[in-house]
Design a protein around this ligand. Sequence first.
Ligand SMILES: *[C@@H]1O[C@H](CO)[C@@H](O)[C@H](O)[C@H]1NC(C)=O
Ligand SMILES: *[C@@H]1O[C@H](CO)[C@@H](O)[C@H](O)[C@H]1NC(C)=O
Length: 566
Amino acid sequence: MAHLSSIRVHSLCLPTHSLTLCVFLQGMAFSLPERQILGIHGLLPPKVETQDIQAMRFQNNLKNMTDPLQKYIYLMGIQERNERLFYRVLMEDIEELMPIVYTPTVGLACTHYGHIFRRPKGLFISIRDKGHIRSILDNWPETNVAVIVVTDGERILGLGDLGVYGMGIPVGKLCLYTACAGIRPERCLPVAIDVGTNNQTLLQDPLYMGLYQERDRSQAYDDLIDEFMEAVVEKYGQDTLIQFEDFGNHNAFRFLRKYREKYCTFNDDIQGTAAVALAGLLAAQRALGKPITEHRVLFLGAGEAALGIANLIVMAMMERGMTQAEARNKIWLYDKDGLLVKETDSNQEAFLHDSPGTVESFLDAVNTIKPTAIIGVSGAGRLFTHDVIKSMGTLNERPIIFALSNPTNKAECTAEDAYTLTDGRCLFASGSPFGPVTLNGRIYTPGQGNNAYIFPGVALAVILSGVRHISDKVFLEAAKTLAEQLTDKELEEGRLYPPLSNIREVSIQMAVKVVEFVYANGMAFRYPEPTDKDSFVRATVWDTHYDSFEPDTYDWPGQDVFITRN
Ligand SMILES: *[C@@H]1O[C@H](CO)[C@@H](O)[C@H](O)[C@H]1NC(C)=O
Ligand SMILES: *[C@@H]1O[C@H](CO)[C@@H](O)[C@H](O)[C@H]1NC(C)=O
């Protein structure tokens, strides 16, 4: 790799998230005058290349790679060297590449982080930095950050405690903010907070990159997060969106409660998951022509995810005129100790009902409660047995079956089982992707309840309209707009979510709807209120064409810049 001339550049320098002050960017696409001005003439092959050709080279190379981790490393390298090219290719082939840049491959990348490491990306803050977080933020080259994704690495995907290796998650998540909703990359800041790790493998690994200590669970940890939140607001303003990601369950809920009225924050694992699941249910209502109030939902799993979804369903039912008590009565939870009833020792009081009689298994629960929908969020594997699925098929003309646990081998049932055992009558969605299922000559396309349908659009709306606190109503609105965007034809194919290939437009339309909603409901603080919300949103969307470069209008303030070529 070349090094290059160190020159002074201003707006041309689109900073990337790397230690090199600023890495440049469009390689052989520089025109001859640009090359002369930049002093890089002769350092590139003579041809001036279009982005189309660059994209073709990039795509060909990707096609030749079979190992997902190898693809990940290659993609991340392009992200550093030519950000616009990276996002263009990512967007053009989002169905194929989202599983590389995000789950599942990003998980693999995180477990191997210290081993595949090329260059740091994102901001690292350790517990030893207590008292100095603001000055660390000042080291970040961007001053116009709007969205932060932060993790402490304790519960990375389904993989456990990866300590500072968890950085891959905020980096990957923010790629989706840009790819799906067109949020400018320099407005996104990935942060890893290192308070140690309890993962013994990492503590014994010489290549590990975080503090070699057990997790700090003392008051110092809480103080560090407090200080971080304050420093962010001081530096980037009070409507900076801070997304908590992959914290341990206990801390995730605690911080959400603690900060949601004070900061502009949300937790995707809780609220994003709830919205995407509700959107699936609402789409299923469309297919059934039966309002949500006429449904009875039985959850397998009674943890945070179940509760988040259940509460959002209650809100949707209340909007349709039910009382809270009536809505809650429509929802039952079943966990490893059985059906949750009044006598159960549980903190989910809202969903404890009178015992319907002896229930000894989940199958019993299905036969007793007679749900119209079952939603699996237990993370415990194939617990929607053949008998459970068949029962749902007997009880309902069109049973709703959501197997939302990740990854694929933890899903409560496969798409194939769900369709086959209900003669293709069920409405199925899963957390991890399943391929289409062919049954009696018909092709069924299972829905994937991917949070990426929700968080980019919500975030774009939030940052554009200056929302201070993100109420659950915003997620309810997002869920509704997602369900509405499904075409009748897609519904007929068995889809409950629009095709991923469409996600850019889905996210933008969601952002428009949410912007309308927050202004209409007094939640927006950016004035004046834009009259045409659609063009307001679309005008901000970042696109991946190279900026044209006008040597004449160029000023040259002093910032040292390195140029690299692709
Ligand atoms: C891809 O692999 C094929 C077969 O191994 C090879 O002929 C081709 O040159 C490779 N292309 C690239 C871009 O590496
Ligand atoms: C510990 O880290 C290793 C290596 O990153 C990972 O494979 C493993 O899943 C982690 N174990 C736990 C219990 O978190």
